[in-house]
Structure formats: structure tokens, C-alpha cells
Design a protein around this ligand. Structure first.
Ligand code: GDP
Ligand code: IMO
Ligand code: MG
Length: 431
């Protein structure tokens, strides 16, 4: 029963989309288990670029069943747009399945996401404004509307009517926003229902069916470990569980099905939005990473904050996710530097933290302790074999692997599928 989970080990945008697309070739099913269209996963098969927000990154292969599982919050308008985009590119979405238990992002979620951020002012989280936090809040408050409600517009109307009583009161009295009209929203969502109906099913049952038949199931995480609602840099996090544990609840599978937990590790670190980032380089080094790495948000177009690789984050990601292997991405972006730095610990009041500190103040105020490594300053984007890489590259990645304490399965040296080096230390033996 081979279930593979892929997680981001930092603050998202580690290159999960590229790796999922690459590995999906050997998969029967690819499942997104958390988040919503706050995610932006870039995939480059050949010279064409696809950016997925809700669709699993394995959707390009005709043999792959693509699943949007129960752990997501789904904006139906965005999903329909993505399906139509695929079809325009000549790719069928026929094998897509959407969980009946996933929650819907509603128009008031988008409006409230913006309103909360504006009211937080300087303390804002810097959300993607896709309504993610408000949609998950309603799920927890048990006033959410689910994908299955689209299958019975009478029920949908009743639930929406209840929700609008509360939402319209909040929006108009507190945030000075125009109230929403029940009929208009019902009519808009009825159109979505007609288009999505054929994809809606019990995806947990379907996933189990695949697992029971010994098929390969790949669970693709969105966001990253430090954006996790429970284990990330709260409150500067998203509202779902991107970590490997989230794959179980988000897809409806038990932990015994998860054979491999693959951590995607960017060779440096980026972050979009607010929140602490100890190794951030708000200087020419960060700018150079941003330029060469094209570090601009896939979903919002915001410039990503960039910084040196951080061993404290890596140790935590290994532990929290129970990683079994890592894949290092965007190594080519570091080729420009004469010297490289890796943060080995956080110094705070004479104490050095090698493990992620227990109090957020320390993360905000610590001084990163760096180890300097030599750079390689050679183009590695065409490298095909691990042993052909310059010695300094191998020293750098082996340093990361020692910190992660798990085998290194692959190294990515460019955005395309073929710009990937399989390591001798392959952990994904079964593939
Ligand atoms: P995700 O959210 O984790 O899927 O990552 P994004 O797609 O948001 O951001 C990663 C960006 O880096 C995308 O534009 C990818 O095409 C690109 N990318 C992925 N791997 C590599 C790599 O090894 N080298 C370079 N230069 N770009 C890469
Ligand atoms: P992928 O899957 C990077 C960040 C936002 C913000 C915080 C909360 O592409 O790695 P939200 O809209 O979720 O309420 O915003 O989380 N964020 C991401 N950052 N990559 C992502 O997804 C992200 N999804 C959310 O920038 O700081
Ligand atoms: Mg992204």
C-alpha cells in the first residue's frame, strides 16, 4: 500500500510543484490534501509553464487520477478556471475527483480576509487574500458550506441563508462592507454546481481503493512546515496543516499507509508575507537570490523575502514531518555566490539554540550563527550526474543532508523536469 507524502520544509515555494510533476509519472493517483488557491505550484514539462492553485501538480499525466481531498477549501470559480485552462491546453481533466467533504470558499470569505488584514494594519499577516483563513474558521465554527452542498441547491440555499445572517451583520456593521444578496450568491453557485457536479465524490474511499489495490498514491502538500497552523510561526501561518500529519486528516488515510515522507528543501530560504525570518538577507545577497531565482509569488505576484539556508528550520522539519528523504531544489540559484552561508543555530542572550526555540520572541530577536562555505561559481543547470557536480556543490548539499539526517533522493538544478539529478543515495527505491 504505497502512499508517498511530499511536504514543504520551509515557508512554502520550495519547488513542490516541479517535484510532484516529476514523480507523478510513476504514480497512479496524486492528491492535494490541504490549503486552497493560496497555493501556487509551478510545473514546466518541456518549455510550457503551468501554474496550479487547486489542481494537484500530477494532473498533466493522462494516467493519473487527480484528487482534491477533504482537507481543502475550494473556491469553485478558481477551480473551474483551472479546469478550463487545462482543457484549452489540450489536457483532459476527466480523471479529476473533488471531495464531497471539502469546504467551499464563499464570496464573504474573500471580503472578510481583506477586511481583517486592513484592520490589523501593521500587524497584518500578509495573507494571499483568497479567503483561506475565514473559510477554515467557518469550518471550525461548523457554519461552513461543503462541496456536497452543491449537489442539492435547496440545502445549499438554507445553509447560505443561515451563514449570511451572521456574515452580512458583521460585514456591514463592523467593516462597512455591502451585504451580500442570497439570490445572487445562490444563482452564481448554481452555475458552478452544474460544472463541478461530475467531479464530486467520496475521495477517501477512492484513495483507499487505490491503496488496497497496491497502486501508487502521492499526497502533495501545499504551503510548508513553518506555515502550519499548529507547528509553524503562529500567527504568521496559514490556516491548514501542510505537515505530513495533515496528509492523514486531509485525505482520510491512516498513518500506516504512508511509506515515504519526502521533504522538499530549497537550497536557500524564502518567505512571502509577514513574520519572523532569522536568516533573511534584506540586502544585495537577498536581491541576487530573488533576481536569479525569480522569487516572485506565484499566486500574488509579491516579491519573496530571501535568505541563507537555515539548519534550525531543517532539523525541525525533519522531526515534525518524520521525513524519510529530502529533495534539494534551486541549487543553481546559488552558483552566483563566491561564498555561501548556512545558519547552524540561533543566538539569544548567550544561549545558542540548535533546535527551533520554544518561544516566538527568541525567533524574532535571535542572531543567526553562520558557518561559511565556499561557492562554486560554475553553471550547473546542465549537470546530469551527482559525481559530475563540482566538489563545492557536493560539500554544500552533503552538509544539508547531514543536518537533515535523512537520505538525499534528488537535486534540482533548474525548473524543467530534466534538470534533476538522481542521487546515489536514492531513498525512493520503490519508484
Ligand atoms: P511550490 O509552491 O513549492 O510548488 O513552488 P513555486 O512553484 O511557487 O516556486 C518555485 C519556483 O522555482 C517555480 O517558478 C519553479 O518553476 C522554480 N523551480 C523549481 N525548481 C527549480 C530549480 O531547481 N531551479 C530553478 N532555477 N528554479 C526552480
Ligand atoms: P505554496 O503551496 C508561500 C502565506 C501567505 C501568508 C500566510 C497566510 O505555493 O508553497 P493565507 O492566504 O494562507 O491565509 O496566508 O501564508 N502563504 C504562502 N506562502 N507559498 C504558499 O503556498 C503560501 N500559501 C500561503 O503569504 O504569509
Ligand atoms: Mg508556490
Amino acid at each position: 500500500m504505497p502512499g508517498f507524502v511530499l511536504v514543504g520544509t520551509q515557508w512554502g515555494d520550495e519547488g513542490k510543484g516541479k517535484i510532484t510533476d516529476l514523480l507523478a509519472d510513476k504514480m497512479d493517483m496524486v492528491v492535494r490534501y490541504n490549503g486552497g488557491d493560496n497555493a501556487g505550484h509551478t510545473v514546466m514539462p518541456g518549455n510550457k509553464e503551468f501554474k496550479f492553485h487547486l489542481l494537484p501538480s500530477g494532473v498533466l499525466y493522462p494516467h493519473v487520477t487527480a484528487v482534491i481531498a477533504n482537507g481543502l477549501v475550494v473556491n469553485p470559480k478558481v477551480l473551474i478556471g483551472e479546469i478550463e485552462g487545462l482543457e484549452k491546453a489540450g489536457i483532459s481533466a476527466e480523471k479529476l475527483r473533488v471531495s464531497c467533504n471539502a469546504h467551499l470558499v464563499m464570496p464573504y470569505h474573500l471580503m472578510l480576509d481583506g477586511a481583517y488584514e486592513m484592520h490589523l494594519g501593521k500587524s497584518k499577516i500578509g495573507t494571499t487574500r483568497k479567503g483561506i483563513g475565514p473559510a477554515y474558521s467557518d469550518k471550525a465554527a461548523r457554519i461552513g458550506i461543503r462541496v456536497q452542498d452543491l449537489l442539492d441547491m435547496k440545502i445549499f440555499r438554507t445553509k447560505l441563508g443561515e451563514a449570511l445572517k451572521i456574515k452580512n451583520a458583521i460585514m456591514s456593521t463592523i467593516y462597512n462592507l455591502d451585504p451580500l444578496d442570497l439570490d445572487e450568491v445562490v444563482s452564481e453557485y448554481s452555475e458552478y454546481a452544474k460544472k463541478l457536479e461530475k467531479y464530486i465524490t467520496d475521495t477517501s474511499l477512492l484513495i483507499h481503493d487505490f491503496l488496497d489495490k497496491g497502486k501508487n498514491v502521492f499526497l502533495e502538500g501545499a504551503q510548508g512546515t513553518f506555515l502550519d497552523i499548529d507547528h509553524g510561526t503562529y500567527p504568521f501561518v496559514t490556516s491548514s496543516s501542510p505537515i505530513s500529519g495533515g496528509a492523514c486528516t486531509g485525505a482520510g488515510v491512516g498513518p500506516r499507509h504512508l511509506e515515504e515522507v519526502i521533504g522538499v528543501v530549497k537550497a536557500y530560504v524564502t518567505r512571502v508575507g509577514s513574520g519572523p525570518f532569522p536568516t533573511e538577507q534584506d540586502n544585495e545577497n537577498g536581491e541576487a537570490m530573488r533576481q536569479v531565482g525569480k522569487e516572485i509569488g506565484t499566486t500574488t505576484g509579491r516579491p519573496r523575502r530571501c535568505g541563507w539556508f537555515d539548519a534550525v528550520l531543517m532539523r525541525y522539519a525533519t522531526r515534525i514531518n518524520g521525513l524519510t528523504s529530502i529533495i534539494i531544489t534551486k541549487l543553481d540559484v546559488l552558483s552566483q555566490f563566491e561564498k555561501l552561508k548556512i545558519c547552524t543555530g540561533y543566538k539569544y542572550k548567550e544561549e545558542i539554540f540548535q533546535q527551533f526555540p520554544p518561544h516566538q520572541t527568541i525567533i524574532h530577536k535571535c542572531e543567526p550563527v553562520y558557518e561559511e562555505l565556499r561557492g562554486w561559481q560554475e553553471d550547473i543547470t546542465g549537470s546530469e550526474k551527482y559525481k559530475d557536480l563540482p566538489l563545492a556543490v557536493r560539500e554544500y548539499v552533503e552538509k544539508i543532508q547531514k543536518i537533515a539526517k535523512v537520505p538525499m533522493a534528488m537535486i534540482s538544478v533548474g525548473p524543467k523536469r530534466d534538470q534533476t539529478i538522481l542521487c546515489t543515495d536514492v531513498a525512493l527505491g520503490k519508484l
